[in-house]
Write a protein that binds this ligand. Structure first.
Ligand code: DLL
Length: 441
């Protein structure tokens, strides 16, 4: 269901809307945010110099460190009394990044998430089971307001308490479910353990994101639940979920809400644009946000973009799956690899479940990676629960061979018995980094 005419607009029509909104945003930040005003002045640019979308390229980039440096409210463009919501994300180091919303921002976000849910197959009158965490994280409340705006009965269960999730999925009969892909896998496994068939629920569509996941993981979730699973992307600094959403018709890239977010893709080393179709860092400029506008915000996320009309009828720019964050990219003996690429190949190995962790250590100056995986129940019973079994050694060799030939990396592999890798209730922890604890060799 296409909710808004702008989703099928021509390129010219879209650019006209974008430019008008960009000029307004630039004027707003120059007037109201000292940080932006000083940087514009330093670069010798006044808001009137922004006459085309290309002129945006003359402005400096913003980074997460700018948010931390102005913690908590230093980059807000409205007075505190205009705010109706504050979210924050913890991050791995230092202060959290804080974002704020006016009443208009919240309405706009709700409309955009409603659009996203409709893109994924949801519709008014149905029930949506929302297993994203409620709280400072934008996932829960973001999907919640969008679902209500679309006219869906929203079950605000949040993450965790998997037994209760299963009961409500069975009893309320939602047709749409939202959560991180790793948590949904956790729910499916729990159902199977309880002797229930996840394919027998009323679910038709899954809206999964907030963490990188692979095509293989999509196939696993679709197969387990008998649903169509689509990728939802967003980041709190830019708004939250709903910045881009994959359509259930094509399942081939995520439609960016271009009328609200202008996207650039740059080479993170030289900070120049990369051609369409080539991976680079996504950079966002918000076009309509009031409380916390962002100008050329470097997301740290690696993806590519493609143009053209989609099978679903939309004409908006599409982004690929996010491969991962620049900070999560592993450099193993000179080879760059993202955990999602490892997942992609790992899941082609029979007998392995889609839960895995990468344990990083340093031996001398060398980064050392151990890939920890887990066998499925069938495999475990076939080897008579003997983890010393020859087949486990063969499995290790097979995984090492695939990692070497596909990802070009040499890794140690540790195979666990079932249920040993910690399960997530939100964003999965894939990397355990112990490189700070140097082991001398
Ligand atoms: O994760 C917002 C969100 C909630 C998106 C629910 C989708 C669904 P943050 O906590 O600020 O916000 O984390 C943002 O998560 O920069 C990406 O690195 C990663 N991320 C989000 N969606 C995806 C996705 C939310 N679909 C950070 N694929 C982003 C891969 C994703 N990574």
């Amino acid at each position: 269901m296409i909710l808004h005419q702008i989703e099928t607009a021509s390129k010219e029509e879209m650019q006209e809307v974008q430019l008008k909104r960009l000029k307004k945003t630039i004027g707003n930040v120059y007037e109201n945010v000292r940080f932006h005003r000083e940087r514009f002045d330093d670069a010798g640019i006044s808001p009137d110099d922004i006459r085309s979308l290309d002129d945006l390229r003359n402005l400096p980039f913003m980074k997460k460190s700018d948010l931390r440096a102005h913690y908590p409210f230093g980059l807000f463009a409205v007075e505190q009394k205009e705010l109706v919501r504050i979210h924050a994300s913890s991050g791995t180091s230092g202060k959290p990044t804080v974002v704020g919303y006016t009443k208009t921002d919240i309405e706009m976000w709700g409309d955009l998430v409603a659009r996203a849910i409709a893109i994924a197959g949801g519709g008014p009158g149905e029930i949506l089971h929302n297993a994203y965490g409620y709280g400072l994280f934008t996932g829960g409340l973001g999907l919640h307001y969008g679902s209500e705006a679309l006219g869906m009965a929203t079950v605000p269960i949040s993450g965790g308490n998997t037994g209760r999730q299963i009961t409500l999925i069975e009893d309320f009969k939602p047709t749409v479910i939202c959560g991180t892909p790793s948590y949904l896998l956790n729910i499916a496994e729990q159902m199977e353990e309880d002797g229930k068939d996840p394919r027998k629920t009323a679910l038709k569509y899954g809206i999964f994101g907030a963490e990188p996941w692979s095509e293989e993981m999509r196939r696993t979730l679709e197969e387990k639940f008998d649903i169509k699973a689509c990728d939802i992307y967003g980041l709190s600094e830019v708004m939250g979920p709903g910045v881009a959403m994959e359509c259930h018709e094509a399942q081939d890239g995520l439609h960016i809400a271009e009328d609200h977010f202008f996207v650039e893709v740059i080479d993170p080393d030289i900070l120049e644009p990369v051609p369409d179709g080539q991976d680079g860092e996504l950079v966002f400029t918000s076009l309509t946000k009031e409380a916390f506008p962002v100008i050329r915000y470097r997301s740290g996320d690696i993806a590519s973009i493609q143009r053209g009309k989609c099978k679903c009828g939309r004409t908006t720019l599409k982004m690929s799956r996010v491969k991962g964050r620049i900070d999560d990219m592993l450099i193993i003996r000179g080879v760059n690899v993202f955990p999602s690429e490892i997942e992609h190949y790992l899941l082609s190995v029979d007998g392995i479940v889609p839960h895995y962790q990468l344990h990083l250590t340093k031996k001398g100056t060398m980064q050392h990676v151990e890939l920890q995986v887990e066998v499925d129940d069938n495999f475990y019973y076939e080897i008579n629960r003997d983890m010393e079994h020859e087949e486990v050694r063969d499995l290790v060799k097979e995984i090492q061979r695939i990692m070497k030939s596909r990802c070009l990396i040499s890794v140690d592999v540790k195979v666990h018995k079932p249920k040993m890798i910690p399960r997530s209730q939100g964003k999965a922890v894939r990397i355990i980094d112990r490189t700070k604890e140097t082991v001398e060799v």
